[in-house]
Write a protein that binds this ligand. Structure first.
Ligand SMILES: Nc1ncnc2c1ncn2[C@@H]1O[C@H](COP(=O)(O)OP(=O)(O)OP(=O)(O)O)[C@@H](O)[C@H]1O
Length: 593
């Protein structure tokens, strides 16, 4: 994951990203959006009538001194009703747009989360958890801001501007040109503002996500953090980030304080002075005629109406900046390519695995596996051992399709790995990882993992994994809440539960990644019994640091620098003088003694 979208400072890319996200969020809501815009236009039209009514009153009743009270009363009442109707319409559309914005955030957030779940494992090698969380929860809020700021404030203001502009054009086009001089001045202010605050906004957003990342990381690593007494250092680092965030926000606020409101107020005054000056020039010192008084009155009204939405638009730029950056970050994440769907229909039957001349590298030029050739018979038990960094986990990751293996190199029951349907593959292939990942849920939920399993299936899996005993002994048995990460279980118990989970899917192939490295010898024997009971039914491939776990394996595969260095039964490998396995085994025996 990029820590910051490369395009953050590139305004065009930023606008493009934001527009794409907005279109994506708005498409399902186009009907509501269309209705809201239509009503807003009507409201703006009604509001634009106000100064015209004023002009009419001045022209027809005030200047000629005609006190036709009934007509005046009717006109005023009409203007009042139109004004009230416009306010009510605007209020109703605000509510409609707010609802629309909430639904869009909800939809985009679900889409982003769903997308993250489909990303390839390689993405998570680069991803920083806190930043990712911040994208799914905070940055998706940008969609709401974009809606409310862009679609409501901006759009509404533009409609009001257009209404007032048309009315002024109709009243006196030359005077309208004077008012139009405001536009370039406005554009200048907005450009200046963006130059000043844009980088600050992007920076504050990035720093906020780094703050999140640090908090998430510290909580995840709390035991290490406390044991190494790193609290103060982490606090200092956090304070430094926080200070930088404060400075970025300050810079943003300063741009607001100096540029926006005061400049706009100044423009407003300047414009009024200009219009009055033009009238003064035109009348060449003579008192204003009746028509001019009405027009002047209407113009003064429209200038107020024009400057207010312009002020609104400019004032929104700060929030808009933030929303644009947020939206760009969400778009960057959405652009990450998902794992191509395995729509294939191939199936796993007996669970036999064949690997032919398999080479693999995470980065080109740095091979991790080279020329792996092996056939694992259905129902067999294979151990994988080797020094740290020899490629054991990588081989397992390829067999599990976490990383794409070169096509055709790995086959299951004769079918290329990539030609097996995803759901079917995950059903038939189980994994017990090194770190048992437990949800903050009950024992039952942890075994079922959302699969539609009945009680009997859950208990059968637990029995097969020798986990039934300790689960039954918990105060509420299978319904006991296990706490976050299974906090109330021992590491060995968590591992047994993870094995039960893998077995509950009734897999044909089971991979274990150092599943016994954290458990004591007694528990290890229990796990070994569980694995032995699977023989002949399930193909088991177990990476083992502790060699006793795979001593009884049909064959043990010794990896060395990404190649198969030795292959055979325990006895065969022990017979190789100076062999890697024999040395590893003797070393472990010495340690045990
Ligand atoms: N996601 C990755 N991206 C890049 N390189 C990686 C990645 N994972 C592992 N490697 C590199 O590949 C090599 C093999 O790593 P692998 O994890 O497969 O070894 P291992 O035998 O399982 O080691 P260990 O016993 O320590 O778990 C190492 O040099 C490692 O640095």
């Amino acid at each position: 994951m990029q820590t910051e979208p490369e395009a953050v400072h590139d305004r065009r890319a930023l606008l493009g990203d934001a527009a794409r996200l907005l279109v994506r969020a708005a498409t399902p809501e186009r009907r509501h959006l269309g209705i809201a815009i239509a009503w807003l236009m009507l409201a703006a039209g009604l509001e634009a009538l106000g100064p015209l009514v004023g002009k009419f009153l001045i022209d027809h009743y005030l200047v000629p001194r005609q006190a036709r009270l009934a007509e005046i009363g009717g006109l005023l009442a009409g203007a009042l009703v139109a004004g009230m109707l416009a306010s009510w319409l605007r209020y109703a559309q605000l509510i409609r747009l707010a609802g629309l914005a909430m639904r869009s955030v909800q939809r985009v957030r679900e889409e982003v989360y769903g997308h993250v779940l489909q990303l390839p494992m390689a993405f998570f090698d680069r991803a920083i958890t806190g930043q990712l969380v911040s994208r799914v929860t905070n940055d998706t809020e940008a969609v709401k801001t974009l809606y409310v700021q862009v679609l409501f404030v901006m759009l509404d203001s533009l409609i009001v501007l257009a209404g007032a502009g048309l009315a002024m054009l109709w009243l006196d086009w030359r005077l309208m040109l004077v008012v139009a001089m405001l536009a370039p001045a406005m554009a200048l202010i907005v450009t200046l503002y963006q130059r000043l605050s844009g980088p600050a906004v992007a920076r504050s957003r990035q720093l906020r996500s780094e703050l999140n990342a640090q908090v998430a990381e510290s909580i995840a690593g709390m035991p290490v953090l406390q044991a190494s007494n790193a609290g103060e250092r982490f606090e200092a680092r956090f304070a430094q980030l926080n200070e930088a965030h404060y400075a970025a926000r300050q810079q943003e606020l300063r741009a607001n304080a100096w540029l926006l409101r005061p400049m706009l107020d100044f423009l407003n005054t300047l414009l009024l002075a200009l219009v009055i000056f033009v009238f003064d020039l035109r009348s060449a010192g003579a008192p204003l005629g009746a028509v001019e008084i009405g027009v002047l009155y209407a113009f003064m009204g429209y200038i107020a109406r024009v400057t207010e939405p312009l002020t609104q638009i400019t004032m929104q730029f700060s929030q808009l900046q933030q929303a644009l950056v947020g939206a760009a970050r969400v778009q960057t994440l959405l652009r990450e390519a998902e794992t191509p769907p395995h729509a294939a229909a191939g199936e796993v039957h007996a669970g036999g695995i064949r690997i032919d001349h398999l080479d693999f590298a995470y980065q080109p030029g740095h091979p991790v596996l080279q020329g792996i050739d092996i056939e694992l018979a259905p129902g067999s038990f294979h151990g994988i051992v080797g020094h740290t960094g020899s490629g054991k986990t990588t081989l397992l990751s390829l067999l599990l399709r976490f990383y794409p293996a070169p096509p055709g190199r790995i086959r299951i029951d004769g079918t290329p790995l990539e030609a097996i349907g995803e759901d079917h593959f995950r059903d038939r292939v189980g994994l017990v990882p090194q770190e048992p990942f437990l949800l903050a849920a009950t024992a039952r939920e942890n075994i079922a993992m959302g699969r539609p399993l009945d009680d009997a299936q859950v208990v059968a899996a637990a029995r097969a994994a020798h986990a039934h005993g300790f689960i039954s002994a918990l105060e509420q048995g299978y319904d006991t809440q296990l706490g976050e990460g299974g906090a109330r279980l021992s590491v060995g118990q968590k591992q047994l539960l993870a094995i039960a989970r893998a077995l509950a899917g009734r897999p044909r192939i089971l991979f274990l990644d150092e599943a016994t490295s954290h458990i004591d010898s007694d528990t290890e024997q229990v796990v070994q019994q569980a694995l032995a009971a699977l023989r002949g039914r399930v193909t088991v491939v177990a990476i083992a640091h502790r060699l006793s776990t795979v001593r009884d394996a049909d064959r043990i595969l010794v990896l060395n620098h990404g190649r198969i260095a030795e292959l055979g039964r325990h006895e065969d490998l022990m017979a190789i003088t100076g062999g890697i396995y024999r040395r590893l085994y003797e070393l472990q025996q010495l340690e045990d003694e």
